[in-house]
Design a protein around this ligand. Structure first.
Ligand code: MD6
Ligand code: FE
Length: 217
């Protein structure tokens, strides 16, 4: 389905394919495709400064997804809970600054989905090996729940789970390919979601990356 996200016919014909997941939640198919090479180089540069690591959940389990951050604040998990912090607990340094390529893409994607003035201050970088999963959860550690989240997929495809506002609501399985961008906010901002599986490839080294941009503080 192609939506009229811009309110005029020209934009509708120019816009790429868009799937509506729920009210205020969209998959912009291939939106980041032209930027994939630049984005990957910038991911590698961030990781060189703030290495990927497996956080512990508050319950003490090692997360299967490896994570790091860039921007003014980063998402952290340990025995003390989930939170945002301005420093990398490993190096005690500020998180690397957000690459311009990230910020521009996130703002454009938010605008394409109807969210103006998105100013992300946090970018979580997730790396999924073939056996990594992210169980059903809500993103609710951000102070500004009025702002949307922008999520960019790179590398191997994955099956994204999209649920409702209750954990027990039934979930839909959505395949996310490299370059797909999910934008969600408004009435869907607290919807449950997760990653069920990553699709394998012949390249044993291959992984999936995901960037999620938030207005955290
Ligand atoms: C992922 N994404 O795609 C995990 N959260 O790897 C998320 O948990 C997520 O894609 C909030 C909004 C969009 C997302
Ligand atoms: Fe999430």
């Amino acid at each position: 389905m192609t939506l009229d996200l811009f309110g005029n016919d020209d934009a509708r014909h120019d816009s790429p394919q868009t799937d509506e997941l729920g009210p205020g939640a969209f998959v912009l198919r291939g939106f980041a495709q032209p930027q994939l090479t630049t984005l990957q180089a910038d991911i590698d540069a961030v990781i060189a400064q703030a290495p990927l690591r497996h956080w512990l959940t508050p319950g003490g389990k090692r997360m299967s997804v490896a994570m790091t951050n860039c921007g003014e604040v980063g998402w952290i998990s340990d025995r003390m809970g989930y939170r945002y912090g301005a420093h990398d607990p490993l190096s005690r340094q500020p998180w690397p600054s957000m690459p311009a390529s990230f910020e521009v893409l996130a703002q454009h994607a938010a605008e394409a989905a109807g969210y103006r003035d998105f100013r992300p201050d946090a970018c979580l970088i997730n790396r999924y090996a073939l056996d990594a999963r992210l169980t059903l959860h809500q993103d609710r550690d951000e102070r500004e729940l009025g702002a949307p989240i922008v999520s960019v997929s790179l590398g191997l495809p994955a099956i994204f789970l999209w649920g409702g506002l209750q954990r027990s609501d039934r979930t839909r399985r959505v395949r996310l390919a490299p370059g797909d961008v999910v934008v969600w906010g408004g009435p869907s901002r607290l919807a449950y979601h997760g990653i069920a599986s990553v699709e394998g490839s012949f390249d044993a080294q291959a992984v999936r990356y995901n960037l999620t941009f938030r207005q955290a503080r």
